[in-house]
Design a protein around this ligand. Structure first.
Ligand SMILES: [Zn+2]
Length: 312
């Protein structure tokens, strides 16, 4: 699977319907598989998406409503059965660790792998995981229970040095390093070679924001300064705005407005109420403010540059 790609495993809210599972998705990012939310049926959907369970690097649970984590117990148990040895970290609201450990204690199933829980932070936005060239941040949302969104960001990449420049000027390792960091090169005769002549522009960095259950929250735009791919919940159509506000959810229209506010490159809307069979009106509403929008669909793959396609 290509990098910077999102597979939606489930995009239904509250209850599944005949074509949509509850929330779960996998982001392939920096050659790793990150599982985001884990509603009931996630294992089945992972199998259909041909994502091996043991390739999951870590798991991010947005909040403790069952449609976002009831699949976790089964998945953790299966990882035992398949003999996982690598550590697994679950980033989740406080309380989930207790629920999981109690369950596995009572069912007398010790884990075959180190299972680590990290509680999501109290700050409005904080880094929860970082690796070579990337960071993952948790952003507090506004739902009926504590709820977080997740922002996966690549650091800006270095400029690439032109191969012919290395041989033409017999560059040392130290000089290559400086040039990659943006320095110009002064030749022995005093000629200055500008950095742009020696290097190629870097690959653009990628970022993905998962905005789970929330009343639309424009103030978090400050934490999403450069979002490329954006998933925003759109549980209801705008005619049910009062229902959305009462249940702390967003409408498709609001999701489109939010994407325009943060200047995303592409918006995916999901977490649809099971009452909706046809989602065309959701798409129309979001498009009123933001053109580049796609409907989430179970077992479809999303990237920045190509239209979504079904993998099942
Ligand atoms: Zn919820």
């Amino acid at each position: 699977m290509e990098d910077n790609a999102l597979i939606v495993l489930g995009c239904s809210s509250a209850t599944p319907n005949s074509v949509r599972f509850p929330s779960a998705q996998v982001l392939h990012f920096r050659s790793k598989y990150f599982l985001i939310d884990c509603g009931e049926g996630t294992q089945m959907q992972l199998r259909r998406a041909k994502i091996p369970f043991e390739r999951i690097d870590s798991i991010f649970i947005s909040h403790l409503h069952g449609d976002h984590y009831f699949g976790l117990f089964g998945l953790l148990a299966s990882l035992n059965l398949t003999g996982r040895k690598n550590p697994l970290t679950v980033y989740a609201p406080e309380g989930l660790e207790e629920l999981v450990r109690y369950h596995f204690l009572k069912t007398e199933q010790p884990f075959s792998y180190p299972l680590v829980f990290v509680s999501l932070p109290k700050e409005p936005c904080a880094c929860i995981k970082s690796g070579r060239g990337y960071e993952i941040r948790a952003i507090q949302l506004n739902h009926r229970v504590p709820c977080w969104g997740f922002y996966f960001v690549e650091e800006p990449k270095e400029r690439k040095i032109r191969k012919e420049a290395i041989s033409a000027y017999n560059l040392s390792i130290e000089e290559v390093k400086c040039i990659k960091n943006g320095s110009d090169l002064t030749l022995q005769d005093g000629t200055v070679m500008l950095n742009e002549e020696l290097t190629l522009a870097p690959q653009p960095s990628f970022s993905y924001a998962y905005i789970s259950d929330t009343v639309v929250k424009p103030d978090i735009a400050q934490y999403l300064p450069d979002v490329h791919l954006l998933y925003h919940e759109a549980t209801f159509l705008h005619e049910l705005l009062s229902m959305a506000e009462k249940t702390h959810h967003s409408t498709a229209k609001q999701a489109g407005e939010f994407a325009a506010l943060v200047k995303a490159d592409k918006l995916i809307i999901g977490h649809f109420s099971a009452r909706y069979k046809d989602l065309q009106e959701h798409l129309n509403e979001a498009k009123q403010s933001f053109e580049n929008v796609e409907l989430a669909s179970d077992l479809s793959l999303y990237t920045l540059y190509k239209p979504a396609y079904s993998i099942w």
